[in-house]
Ligand binder design. Structure first.
Ligand code: PLP
Length: 399
């Protein structure tokens, strides 16, 4: 990587964003993780073990698929998918969870701890912890525990301890506070594992590095398949891990336009969305600085998307830097557009996408019609089995 996009600096800043905005007691444990990560992640043993796991457990490389019927239907640019839905456990999240728990193993930790909202990060982390034989504790708001029964069952099956959080609004924000408090009780034996390219340094850097494999593979596969680079790459943006992963593969290819697709929910007028880049302003959340949807007091605002993995009021610091640099285009897709893409991709390609990923498909469909020719690569971050109940209940089988 050349220096233009090689952050963060030693203080954990990507330009004006990121950093370590945490209580004093957390500074030292985070510094230790940073130091250990920089040392261990460069060691030949660590690299070899991660490579082995990706190939023999996760099922990497995941393929790139050409969407012939969808492309014909749209009549414009060709659409291709990077198939992270075929990653073991059904989404890209396992890429960073396997990396984080492998690091925990090398650091001699006995237990991993995290919060989860809809349960996707909790399931991926519990999967990794089971693989390595580490204890796993997942903090989850009581409201979410009730809503996400199948993921709670999965985490328990995988051997994780699920701790319901019963204070405040009993959702994600309180789960983060609770997980951090628990982590601070024993930072020697425990490591905190974040679920996206967010949080205080070094997490945005670590998670980005573990997701970069998606972009490296995709670029190589696409070139081999078509002889060219795509004209555009689209990916959905919650915290930003799957999109950073695929974008990193193409940052230096100036001809490739990059589109981060944010959830517009029910629309800009209703305020029920999570389009951080489009409507946010710089602020601080969960220990780092970023664009943030915030209320008058500077507290994170309530956000909404039909895709629960996208309803985060902040966004990774590296993205904020790429936005200011003009390298990534920030665009949106509404609930309605995502649901339409969900049905189209299922019917025309035999691929049921996660509702999160359907946002990236939706924008690619719009773009394909405008472009008339060329190719668009979509990061299909996950599969949609987890969303079937919600879609059936609210939309049936579509039109
Ligand atoms: C969690 C999740 C996302 C959103 O997270 P990012 O960090 O923005 O990638 C997207 N897609 C799927 C399938 C997810 O589970």
């Amino acid at each position: 990587m050349s220096t233009a996009y090689s952050g963060p600096d030693r203080q954990g800043y990507f330009g004006a964003y990121g950093g370590v905005h945490v209580p004093d007691v957390l500074v030292e444990p985070l510094r230790e993780i940073d130091e250990a990560y920089r040392r261990i992640s460069r060691s030949a043993d660590f690299i070899a073990e991660l490579r082995y796991i990706r190939k023999h457990f996760q099922g990497r490389p995941t393929p790139v698929s050409y969407c012939r019927r969808l492309s014909d239907f749209l009549g414009g640019a060709r659409i291709y998918l990077k198939r992270e839905d075929l990653n073991h456990s059904g989404a890209h999240k396992l890429n960073h969870c396997m990396g984080e728990v492998l690091l925990a193993k090398y650091m001699g930790k006995k237990r991993v701890i995290a919060e989860t909202g809809a349960g996707q990060h909790g399931v991926a982390l519990a999967t990794a912890a089971a693989y390595f034989g580490l204890e796993c504790e997942i903090h989850m708001g009581e409201v979410d525990v009730a809503k996400q029964a199948p993921n709670v069952a999965r985490m328990k099956l995988l051997g994780a301890k699920v701790v319901p959080v019963c204070f405040g609004l009993r959702t994600l924000k309180e789960a983060v506070d609770s997980a951090f408090a628990e982590y601070l009780k024993d930072p020697i034996n425990t490591i905190y594992c974040i679920g996206s390219v967010v949080g205080p340094h070094p997490f945005p850097m670590m998670v980005r590095d573990f997701q970069e494999i998606v972009g490296i593979e995709a670029r190589e596969q696409f070139l081999e398949m078509t002889g060219n680079l795509p004209e555009a790459v689209t990916a959905c943006v919650g915290g930003g891990s799957n999109s950073m992963g695929i974008f990193r593969g193409f940052l230096h290819d100036e001809s490739v336009k990059l589109y981060g697709v944010e959830p517009l929910g029910t629309g800009s007028k209703t305020g029920e969305h999570a389009a951080t880049m489009t409507y946010g302003t710089p602020g601080i959340i969960h220990g780092f600085k970023c664009y943030l949807l915030q209320d008058e007091k500077g507290d994170p605002a309530p956000v909404y998307s039909c895709a629960s993995g996208l309803d985060y009021p902040g966004v990774g610091p590296e993205y904020c830097q790429l936005r200011d640099a003009g390298r990534v285009n920030y665009v949106t897709a509404s609930d309605k557009e995502a649901i339409d893409a969900f049905f189209r991709l299922s019917r025309l390609e035999g691929v049921i996408p996660a509702l999160e990923s359907a946002h990236a498909v939706a924008y690619a469909m719009k773009l394909a019609k405008e472009m008339e020719q060329g190719a668009i690569l979509v990061n299909l971050s996950g599969r949609g089995d987890k969303d079937l109940d919600y879609v059936m209940e609210n939309y049936g089988l579509g039109e």
